[in-house]
Design a protein around this ligand. Structure first.
Ligand SMILES: N[C@@H](CCC(=O)N[C@@H](CS)C(=O)NCC(=O)O)C(=O)O
Length: 258
């Protein structure tokens, strides 16, 4: 995600704010988070699912403050400090939590090696197909391009949804596939409000799956009030290419009217 607008809300709201308040005491694990970030929410869901003790610390990753760059040289949230040592990258963090807290259930990765690899295969699809298509859909300005990208987003979601057994990806068990895609079920309303996306149009059972994900306690507890997510996408959503100025530029009159 790029640099959000200045009017981005500084801290978590709604149920996520309650969760933050409950996780202020020092712990072995410090969770460096940005309340708004979908990659953060995956790790947060994992922490909540497994009831791992953690101390929540809010950081604005766009400020690139030195203390945070010492933790994650990339300057991105999420990051963690575990007994004083730092790690980052959301998928790696989710797997680390599985490995470092083996007694904490539920296990989000199946025991069976095939099933484990299968979960990772579909997480890879989320990373490589679904998230890029979501961002291209949001960022596209030309209506034709928006439509084309939206179709790609639908296709990527349909492909995985057709494999979902219900209520969750592997059936009754909530796994990492569910945890990593859930933040986009929370945020897909942005595409609905601005790009004509509907869950029904995805097909393949996405609507039912997304509704299950939204209802999951760990997802609810890590979600802020919906209206605060929108400004984060504002820069992409602002249809500048359709503004009068943009139209003027396109028609060759640009420099004289700006
Ligand atoms: N691949 C990273 C992506 C994390 C990411 O992009 N985080 C965003 C916020 S949602 C960030 O920290 N952005 C700061 C920046 O781009 O400078 C992960 O999975 O953890």
């Amino acid at each position: 995600m790029g640099h959000p607008d200045e009017n981005i809300h500084p801290i978590a709201t709604g149920r996520a704010a309650e969760t933050v308040a409950q996780h202020q005491d020092p712990q072995d694990l410090v969770f460096w988070a940005g309340w708004f970030c979908p990659f953060v929410q995956r790790v947060w869901i994992t922490l909540e699912e497994k009831k791992i003790p953690y101390q929540y610390k809010e950081v604005n990753p766009y400020k690139k403050e030195k203390h945070f760059l010492d933790i994650n040289p990339k300057g991105l949230v999420p990051a963690i400090e575990y007994k004083g040592r730092a790690l980052y990258e959301s998928l790696i963090l989710c797997e680390f939590l599985e490995d470092a807290y083996p007694d904490h259930t539920p296990h989000l990765l199946p025991k069976d090696p095939f099933e484990r690899a299968y979960v990772r295969l579909w997480i890879d699809h989320v990373s490589k197909s679904i998230i890029p298509a979501f961002h291209r859909t949001i960022q596209a300005q030309e209506p034709k391009k928006q439509q084309a990208e939206l179709q790609e987003f639908y296709k990527a979601l349909r492909t995985i949804s057709e494999k979902a057994k219900g209520p969750y990806f592997l059936g009754e068990q909530f796994t990492l596939v569910d945890a990593v895609i859930a933040p986009w079920a929370v945020r897909d309303y942005i595409a609905r409000e601005h790009r004509g996306y509907t869950r029904e149009a995805v097909g393949g059972g996405w609507k039912e799956w997304a509704e299950q994900l939204e209802k999951r306690e760990s997802v609810i507890k890590t979600s802020s009030l919906l209206e605060h997510y929108e400004p984060i996408y504002g820069r992409y959503l602002r249809d500048e290419a359709q503004s009068e100025v943009a139209k003027a530029i396109r028609s060759g009159k640009g420099s004289s009217v700006i």
